[in-house]
Design a protein around this ligand. Sequence first.
Ligand SMILES: [Zn+2]
Ligand SMILES: [Zn+2]
Ligand SMILES: [Zn+2]
Length: 275
Amino acid sequence: MKLQYFGTAAAEGWPAIFCECDACRRAREAGGRNIRTRSQAMVNDRLLIDFPADTYYHIMAYGLNINHIDSVIVTHAHEDHLYPLEFGNRREFFAYLPDDVSPVFTIYGSRKVGDAVKGAIASAPGRLAFEELLPFESYVIAGHSVTPLTADHDPSSGPYIYLIGDGERLLLYAHDTGYFTDETWDYLGKMRRRISAASLDCTGGLGAQYRNGHMGTEACSETKRRLCEMGIMADDAVFCLNHFSHNGRSIYDDIVGPASDMGFEVSYDGMVLEF
Ligand SMILES: [Zn+2]
Ligand SMILES: [Zn+2]
Ligand SMILES: [Zn+2]
């Protein structure tokens, strides 16, 4: 299974668009993997996760071929994961679509995500659709099994984390969330399949040890320990920290060493994980 990260930052981007804090200044100076755009990823070059304003940049920078996919699963309705206005550019006269693809691009997510994209869908008749996903139900989307689990994150954004399978491997994509909800731990505890990779919310990095709404390295380590103790992780499972904010203060160059000591990979824009 292949997971490619296109964007690995929280809402502001890193460096944050209007910010001159020390963490943003250091990221600007260091460049490379320390520069992070807003949250987006792709599984097996086919299943797109999230649709931030930086989608346009990701198409340019990473060859994301948006017209050869027909759907996106959205984690929640925060603007670093969902920028509904951009979907309006799929309407007639703004987008001349190729003949060999489905004209309808489907957005999947919670009811709150559906509310957020309602206007965009109305603006592009026959070009966009929304399908609501219910927590702990399994669906087949773009050739993958997709199961939304509840997240500990702003409830007004309709947050889900996702279990994604390709028939062989299983990925837990956990953005945005704090330490998992009791219902999600219950579901994972009863699951018979084993997880090959977990991408964990590390908005707080080393510097801000969030546990509610988001996580830092301490809550991520506790999550990793519990997942392993439950016996649901594959022996060769990969754990990757992702979704970083300047409020966590640790740029990529700061966190990559300590994270490795804790058994974590650290995401960067464009990173490909194979597992
Ligand atoms: Zn976010
Ligand atoms: Zn800053
Ligand atoms: Zn969020």
